[in-house]
Design a protein around this ligand. Structure first.
Ligand SMILES: O=C(O)C1=C[C@@H](OP(=O)(O)O)[C@@H](O)[C@H](O)C1
Ligand SMILES: C=C(OP(=O)(O)O)C(=O)O
Length: 449
């Protein structure tokens, strides 16, 4: 929701070894898609392990506003009675997607080929993010959108009265744009084709196939070509949401930088389009072991054991960025404890997330005594080695959950406490962060140092 309450300062203090089992919540990307596709299926979809973070709760509320019946039956246990492809009704009020880029962009796609009108808004962070990247391809289907200057929310989308299928090459690596086009393609007759030069997370494609849509992915010279046949009847599913690797990144990072730690993170999703952070950590010398690799609900899953490690700085290959895009903030916190320099190039997309994440990390790391360099597309962190980060600063979280969690993790291994001015955004993706980290032995406290 866009109303933002009082800031919640939080302080991380230098902690003793972390240990135990970190049961992180359900995957945010998969949770949004389970609700949206459930709402477009005919019949009752049942979901277990749904992330009950604010971003996903806002999507659940939006699906009700478009006519689906969405019920919470227990912890993480939800049921969605869908209205069928093309069956969305017109919401009687503004759709507030809170802090969630995924929520607003996927929902715009899902309604853009139905002849209804909807107005979208969000919090101050979401209202500053670009929506033109979705409304441009949605216009090719025949939808119209009017928003503020620069394609910003609030924005009204008028669904296409007679949608036509589309062939669209996504100009930026973005699973949200790809997914918006595929969801719009659901109600266009014929074949909608999306081409992406760099493969981004493919949960939409996997889940559409699970719901019975005809969808084919081919890798060719132009990149990944995804062809969806429009106007299917989606069949309701039972979906087990895997634990979120992007949330797991925080306890994993904490165990790597706090001396003598050992933590087990069970059941995390390890879809290759999401796992780049763990590959990068291994290249830095991290002691990670993957146990009990298995498949759950169409997604690869494993238990991850992590032990404190002496890390070295590396150059992260730019082509890996889409597979770890949300993990650069925590990677740059980890890099501060590595020996040598970590170079992250080709990460310009970080500037249009919940905050400008390159700037937010650079300023916060500097305040904690870490030397950084940056340009439009690059962040470079000069590591100080294990135990070498001074800390002792208050850092701005800028309405960005990942910035808040990154600096709280950093503070557990710094020499002096680190305060985040507002930890409340953490509830968007990882509502049990504080409790879970404390359970491992992290010294997290409400308030300033
Ligand atoms: O499709 C998704 O679920 C997401 C895609 C990514 O955004 P972009 O599509 O903007 O890269 C990612 O940053 C976001 O957290 C979730
Ligand atoms: C970028 C993120 O989310 P969204 O784009 O959905 O707001 C994120 O969770 O890091």
């Amino acid at each position: 929701m866009s109303s933002h309450g009082d800031p919640v300062p939080m302080t991380a203090r230098p902690s003793g070894p972390l240990s135990g089992v970190a049961e992180v919540p359900g995957d945010k990307s998969v949770s949004h898609r389970a609700l949206i596709l459930g709402a477009l299926a005919v019949g009752e979809t049942r979901i277990t392990g749904l992330l009950e973070g604010q971003d996903v709760l806002d999507t659940a509320r939006a699906m009700r506003a478009f006519g689906a019946q969405v019920e919470r039956e227990g912890e993480g246990l939800w049921s969605v009675r869908g209205v069928g492809v093309g069956g969305f009704s017109e919401p009687s009020d503004v759709i507030d997607c809170g802090n969630s880029g995924t929520g607003v962009r996927l929902i715009m796609g899902a309604m853009a080929t139905t002849p209804i009108t909807a107005t979208f808004t969000g919090d101050a962070s979401l209202r500053s993010r670009p929506m033109g990247r979705v409304t441009e391809p949605l216009a090719l289907f025949g939808a119209r959108a009017v928003g503020r200057a620069g394609g910003r929310l609030p924005m009204t989308v008028v669904g296409a009265p007679a949608p036509v299928p589309v062939r669209y090459a996504v100009p930026v690596p973005s699973a949200q744009v790809k997914s918006a086009v595929l969801l719009a393609g659901l109600n266009a007759p014929g074949q909608t084709v999306v081409i992406e030069r760099e493969a981004t997370r493919d949960h939409t494609e996997r889940m559409l196939a699970g719901f019975g849509a005809e969808i084919v992915t081919e890798d060719g010279p132009e990149g990944r070509v995804i062809t969806l046949t429009g106007q299917p009847e989606l069949k309701p599913q039972t979906i087990a949401v895997p634990r979120d690797p992007s949330s797991a990144a925080f306890p994993v990072a904490a165990a790597l930088i706090v001396e003598d730690s050992e933590v087990l993170v069970p059941g995390i999703g390890l879809n290759p389009t999401r796992a780049g952070f763990f590959t990068t950590l291994q290249e830095m010398g991290a002691d990670l072991s993957f146990e009990n690799a298995r498949d759950e609900g169409g997604e690869p899953v494993a238990d991850l054991r992590v032990r404190f490690s002496t890390l070295r700085g590396i150059e992260v290959p730019p082509e890996r960025a889409p597979t770890m895009i949300d993990e650069y903030p925590i990677l740059s916190a980890v890099a501060a404890f590595a020996e040598g320099t970590t170079v992250m190039r080709g990460v310009g997309e970080l500037r249009v997330k919940e905050s400008d994440r390159i700037d937010a990390m650079a300023r916060g790391l500097e305040a904690c005594g870490v030397r950084v360099e940056e340009d439009e597309e690059t962040l470079i962190v000069h590591g100080l080695g294990p135990g070498g980060v001074p800390g002792g600063a208050t850092v701005e979280s800028r309405l960005d959950h990942r910035i808040a969690m990154s600096f709280l993790v950093l503070g557990l291994a710094a020499r002096a406490p680190v305060t985040v001015d507002d930890a409340s955004p953490i509830a968007t993706s990882f509502p049990v962060f504080e409790e879970l980290m404390r359970g491992l032995g992290a010294r997290l406290e409400r308030g300033g140092a």
